[in-house]
Design a binder for this molecule. Structure first.
Ligand code: SAM
Length: 219
């Protein structure tokens, strides 16, 4: 994963610092909007790739079968401490073998993940998401982006992101089209306390596999 790991950026790897930073930016009210785009109903299954402390879970309906994956031990410990039985939390990278055990999902989400990945890794994530989805399912991603008409402050903040692979909306959409027939990009602005530009993708029509067995429970 290509991301800055020095100085202040390293501190963001600590779950408490990361969450405090997100709160300062005003990410929590935005997550409510994000949950509207994710549009999942009770009883449906959600795979969150790179879930971090799983803050989005607080905005999804009760009764959603949520599986969050992250390779950071600290983020997953924090998600488990906060949400307990409300979700299944896996300290692991999402891989094909892992997903084979889990069955199909109605939604796959990757919030703030693609901009940390180079093109090959991002295409692999998109392919895994397409395989993990049930027919009719949707991948939703959200990442900082470049835009031609972006203000100076938004551009400066995006340029200082930990992720080293920020793209414009076209760049994110191009990656997603490698795995999905329908990709709907949307530029999001004015959603945080600071000027910021981000790209939301809603992707449908991937190559789903049939619903598999029930998820294996892992502590
Ligand atoms: C910026 S954080 C976003 C956390 C969370 N989604 C949020 O909205 O706050 C990106 C996370 O993606 C995780 N990550 C990246 N690629 C991954 C993969 N293939 N499987 C699991 N986690 C991954 C990293 O460990 C990191 O914690």
């Amino acid at each position: 994963m290509a991301q800055r790991e020095t100085g202040l950026f390293r501190l963001l790897g600590a779950s408490k610092v990361y969450q405090a930073f997100q709160d300062v930016l005003g990410a929590e009210p935005f997550r409510r909007r994000l949950a509207g785009w994710i549009d999942v109903a009770p009883g449906q299954r959600v795979l969150d790739i790179g879930c971090g402390p799983a803050a989005i879970l607080g905005h999804l309906p009760a009764g959603v079968d949520y599986h969050g994956f992250d390779d950071s031990a600290d983020y997953i410990a924090s998600a488990r401490a906060r949400w307990g039985e409300r979700g299944h939390f896996w300290q692991a990278r999402v891989e094909e073998a892992t997903l084979a055990e889990l069955g199909a999902f109605d939604r796959v989400i990757a919030i703030g993940v693609l901009h940390h990945l180079d093109d090959d890794a991002a295409r692999s994530l998109v392919a895994l998401a397409a395989q993990a989805l049930a027919p009719g399912g949707m991948l939703v991603t959200y990442d900082p982006c470049w835009a031609a008409d972006q203000g100076l402050v938004a551009r400066a903040l995006v340029a200082r992101d930990r992720g080293q692979n920020v793209r414009d909306a076209h760049g994110y959409a191009r990656l997603a089209r490698a795995g999905f027939a329908e990709v709907e990009p949307e530029i999001v602005r004015g959603h945080l306390r600071v000027p910021y530009t981000a790209c939301l993708l809603r992707c449908r029509g991937g190559s789903p596999r049939p619903r598999g067995k029930a998820p294996r429970q892992v502590s």
